[in-house]
Design a protein around this ligand. Structure first.
Ligand code: DOR
Ligand code: ZN
Length: 353
């Protein structure tokens, strides 16, 4: 990696958590991810969800077909865990390369999670098999108990479920996805090298006030919901600490504008278009640009046991105006940072098309 006041060149990064959707939306959003990232862990929360090898391979083909000609991008597919998850299906899918990991959504925690897991003991046989074969488990770590305050759902998940899981499956490679709290950052650090966490650009950049700045701001609403400032600062410290347990995962989650700006708006921030620029801004603000490459391009592959990418990307210092909206298959999407000016531009990246 090289940095000077005007240019940063780093090994090509990967996105370890992205929602690419399907159909017209997939065609609209996949190019933004492929332009920056060499690989991405693709979330399986389609409707119906991706729960078997055939569905994962078919979805992978649709993603590849949606890429611009000449794109150099590898989707890494995941299996959506249900109460009926079969150890054999997971093992076969992992061993043939169809699944890079399996995703645990607590039932009703978020978008298309109705088929998710209703009690962790229901998937113990699956987890035993995954631990045995080295297949990573990716967790949306929030309880769904409506009695628990929405801002406490991540912490409650650690206390009620995650601590026991780490104790019962010490050899299971687990990713605590999109962490948002100091408690999660501390829990990951304390649990040792089989537990890692992804961190989104938006949880590094905004706190919960962003959802209520002068009125209700649906484009700042995602799950887990942004927390108070002290948590944002703790998550920034984790991301920029240099610890190999933290790595890049955008959780880019596009929803058409009409589904965001609604009486009951969908959760999700479309962070893909300017993701690497956003991370660069955070790392620069923290005086940690020299640690961006480890976070974006090294820690993830090391955790997953995959090779580092060979290519590189370059960011140059330039004022980049983030559009208020982007068109997407007959609808439009509001990108993260809409209307703001960012200080780094990906050479050959979204801002140049
Ligand atoms: O904000 C979110 N959106 N959080 C999730 O966990 C799911 C995602 C989506 O798929 O829309
Ligand atoms: Zn997600």
């Amino acid at each position: 990696m090289t940095t000077d006041p005007t240019r940063i060149t780093l090994r090509r990064p990967d996105d370890w958590h992205v929602h690419l959707r399907d159909g017209d939306m997939l065609a609209a959003v996949a190019p933004y991810t492929a332009r920056q990232f060499a690989r991405a862990i693709v979330m399986p929360n389609l409707d119906p969800p991706v729960t078997n090898v055939a569905a994962a391979l078919a979805y992978r083909d649709r993603i590849l077909a949606a890429l611009p000609a000449g794109a150099d991008f590898t989707p890494l597919m995941t299996c959506y865990l249900t109460d009926e998850a079969e150890p054999r299906v997971l093992a076969d899918g992992f061993e043939c390369g169809a699944f890079a990991a399996a995703k645990l959504y607590p039932a009703h925690a978020t978008t298309n999670s109705a088929y998710g897991v209703t009690a962790i003991r229901n998937i113990h046989p699956a987890l035993e098999e995954m631990e045995r074969i080295g297949m990573p488990l990716l967790i949306h770590g929030e309880v769904t108990d409506p009695e628990v305050d929405i801002f406490d759902r991540e912490k409650a998940f650690i206390d009620r479920i995650f601590s026991g899981l780490v104790r019962d499956f010490p050899g299971l490679k687990t990713v605590f996805e999109h962490i948002t709290t100091a408690e999660a950052a501390d829990f990951v650090t304390a649990s040792g090298p089989n537990l890692a966490a992804t961190i989104t650009p938006h949880h590094l950049a905004i706190n919960r006030n962003a959802m209520f700045a002068g009125g209700i701001r649906p484009h700042a609403y995602c799950l887990p919901v942004a927390k108070r400032e002290a948590h944002r600062l703790a998550v920034r410290r984790a991301a920029t600490s240099g610890s190999p347990q933290f790595f890049l995962g955008t959780d880019s989650a596009p929803h058409a504008v009409a589904r965001k700006e609604a009486a009951c708006g969908c959760a999700g921030i479309f962070s893909a278009p300017f993701a690497i620029e956003s991370y660069a801004r955070t790392f620069e603000e923290e005086g940690a640009l020299d640690r961006l490459e480890a976070f974006a391009s090294e820690n993830g592959p090391h955790f997953y046991g995959l090779p580092l990418n060979e290519g590189s990307i370059t960011l140059e210092r330039a004022e980049v105006e983030v559009p208020e909206s982007l068109s997407a298959g007959g609808s439009s999407l509001v990108p993260f940072h809409a209307g703001e000016t960012l200080g780094w531009r990906l050479v050959g990246g979204a801002a140049e098309i």
